[in-house]
Design a protein around this ligand. Structure first.
Ligand SMILES: [Zn+2]
Length: 162
């Protein structure tokens, strides 16, 4: 399967059209969302390459590494608005920390000291993630930060935290 991807890249590079694209986010947006393979972050918002910084992880949760990336994005890459976009039917909203730990144990894997950032109450998780960005003192005070939720069944986006 990996070989197929490299073959496909040869075709992509053969007609590459993004050369010279500026590294700054043309629309000033950073979008944090889940790694869920049902989400098309650019297409769903009519964005194109070069418009936005896209950050993805399990759940679209705010972690120290997300804050690190936002510090760079706001200081050097033209970002002045941040959207945390979580989604319906996220695996992290259907599991508890204990569920993940017992799954790992039953597979003979180490639980370690991970915090898996499951979301038993999705609205609370979204609110606390937005607040974690708003209260980060390494981010500029005028930064716009909102919390949105994408519906994987109909493609719509709702503004939850304004
Ligand atoms: Zn998800």
């Amino acid at each position: 399967m990996l070989e197929e991807l490299l073959d496909a890249n040869k075709e992509y590079a053969g007609k590459f059209a993004l050369a010279g694209l500026a590294p700054r986010a043309a629309k000033g947006l950073a979008l944090l969302t889940c790694m869920d393979s049902r989400i098309e972050p650019l297409a769903m918002l009519s964005l194109k390459p070069g418009d936005a910084k896209i950050l993805r992880n399990a759940g679209g949760r705010v972690t120290p590494d997300v804050l690190r990336s936002l510090v760079f994005a706001t200081s050097f890459l033209g970002v002045d608005s941040v959207v945390v976009m979580q989604h319906t039917k996220c695996a992290l909203s259907q599991l508890s920390e204990l569920d993940v730990e017992s799954h790992l144990r039953s597979a003979g894997l180490e639980v370690g000291d991970w915090e898996f950032l499951t979301m038993e109450v999705p609205d609370e998780a979204l609110a606390s993630d937005v607040e974690a960005i708003r209260s980060c003192l390494s981010l500029p005070p005028g930064l716009t930060v909102q919390g949105w939720r994408y519906d994987v069944d109909d493609g719509s986006v709702a503004q939850i935290i304004l």
